[in-house]
Design a protein. Structure first.
Length: 241
């Protein structure tokens, strides 16, 4: 039985201020918790219904609850059998290095977009993301949910992108309307793909660092593309086996 105090404690972790104060975050759902338990993250507590079982569930204290109780403390519209509380891991942002492809995100505000961008990076084998300080935080529950476990394999470091991209020793590809067609861009082995804010694009202060602007030619009448969709298309042409 989960006490009212414990329930309120878990619900408080859906708020950034409390997550930051306690250095914790929430992962929900069977797949997410499976990935978490198989990762290097330290799990503090698991709350699950009787039907949920896992070979590694002994890694953390387990609290069995009813489906109704899980739904009450869940941040999802429909709770999915299990919820886990884990310790955050802080990543120090690093300047781009030669021989590596990274994704840089400027002012991404939507949690779903951020989570999907992390998932896309994971799909293309990119293990490092640099995010501007005003981008949505990695440990936002909606971001974590949208990554579908990819947050475990992709390091996201937050910082000043202008400082991090200054004097880069690798090409910086910026998603710009006046860039070269991505369909004519050869595959790359190193570099930074910079994706801008969903509505404002790339900040003016970062424009001087872009030495390889690229764009996706428009065929139809849509005004713009979702940031994550654009990143997926660009990476599919920049990274080829």
């Amino acid at each position: 039985m989960l006490s009212k105090i414990e329930a309120k404690y878990i619900q408080s972790l859906y708020h950034k201020k409390q997550r930051d104060a306690l250095n914790l975050f929430i992962v929900e759902g069977v797949k997410g918790v499976d990935e978490l338990l198989n990762s290097h993250f330290k799990v503090q507590k698991i709350v699950a219904v009787d039907q949920w079982e896992h070979p590694l569930m002994g890694k953390a204290p387990l609290e069995r609850v009813s489906a109704e109780t899980l739904q009450k403390i869940s941040g999802l519209q429909t709770a999915n059998k299990v919820l886990a509380i884990a310790e955050q891991q802080m990543v120090q942002p690093e300047k781009p290095t030669k021989g590596k492809i990274i994704l840089a995100l400027d002012g991404i505000q939507d949690p779903g977009n951020m989570g999907t961008l992390i998932r896309i990076a994971d799909w293309f084998g990119i293990d490092t993301i640099l995010a501007s300080a005003d981008s949505v935080e990695l440990y936002n529950p909606k971001v974590i949910q949208s990554t579908m476990g990819s947050f475990i394999r992709v390091k996201v470091g937050y910082g000043n992108l202008a400082t991090l991209l200054a004097d880069s020793q690798v090409p910086i590809y910026g998603a710009l309307l006046n860039g070269a067609s991505i369909y004519q861009q050869p595959a790359i082995q190193e570099g930074v793909l910079l994706i801008g804010n969903e509505s404002k694009g790339i900040h003016a202060s970062l424009m001087p660092f872009i030495n390889s602007p690229v764009h996706i030619p428009r065929i139809g009448g849509a005004e713009s593309l979702n940031a994550a969709v654009a990143a997926g298309i660009l990476l599919s042409h920049l990274i080829k086996q």
